[in-house]
Design a protein around this ligand. Sequence first.
Ligand code: ADP
Ligand code: ADP
Ligand code: ZN
Length: 222
Amino acid sequence: MNLILFGPPGAGKGTQADFISKKYGFAKLSTGDMLRAAVKSGSPLGKQAQDVMAKGQLVSDEIMINLIRERIREDDCQKGFILDGFPRTVAQAEALDQMLITEKKRLDYVIELQVDDTELTQRITGRFSCAKCGTGYHDSFKRPMKEEVCDSCGSTEFSRREDDNVSTVTKRLEAYHQQTAPLLPYYDKENILVSIDGMADIVEVTRQIEEIIGGTGKLAAQ
Ligand code: ADP
Ligand code: ADP
Ligand code: ZN
């Protein structure tokens, strides 16, 4: 099964993609994580992406499409994949559709997590993750079970993203509304869009996603 988890920055895409990927064995393809790894490695692609990301703008479609094309051919994507953060423009969505035809694959669902902008800012400015395994946390909404120890790997080192500050968040939300939200009618036309309440707590959002994957969700009922 191939899914897109769709929604504005901070909606909970990464949190849910981690969970679903572990439970169902689908590969999690997070373009934000891929780009941050490229920046960290200092590769030519990373150098190109760094400034754009720091400004809260979008990396070019060409770079993003090439990144995903290579990735979905890999073995771990054959059972299924979850796209988190891609596509973010209509051009990327069109390129993805073309790519999937060539690869003889298809998208099963685009799951939109609906969250208000004020809640998003709170989520993003309180976000941190384990420096070792990447598990995501939040200052108020998802603290580690044992203070300052990662639930997943036991590490005591955590990090915060440079672009998770109030001024960049505002620009990223603008980029979302202008360039990414137009994808909603695009996928609605393809009849694979399902929108769920992303304001609910983490466990409840997971439950809604599982309902969709299990075929008892909204789209199945339509
Ligand atoms: P969030 O999880 O807050 O939605 P991401 O980790 O997905 O943010 O993305 C971080 C940054 O990486 C974006 O602000 C953008 O600069 C870049 N980026 C990620 N995915 C894409 C994409 N599909 N197209 C263009 N830029 C992207
Ligand atoms: P995205 O990948 O869409 O940018 P994340 O999954 O990184 O979003 O979530 C953003 C922040 O909000 C993280 O700190 C995460 O722990 C927290 N979070 C995710 N889902 C929820 C939720 N349903 N309720 C409250 N906080 C959440
Ligand atoms: Zn960890």
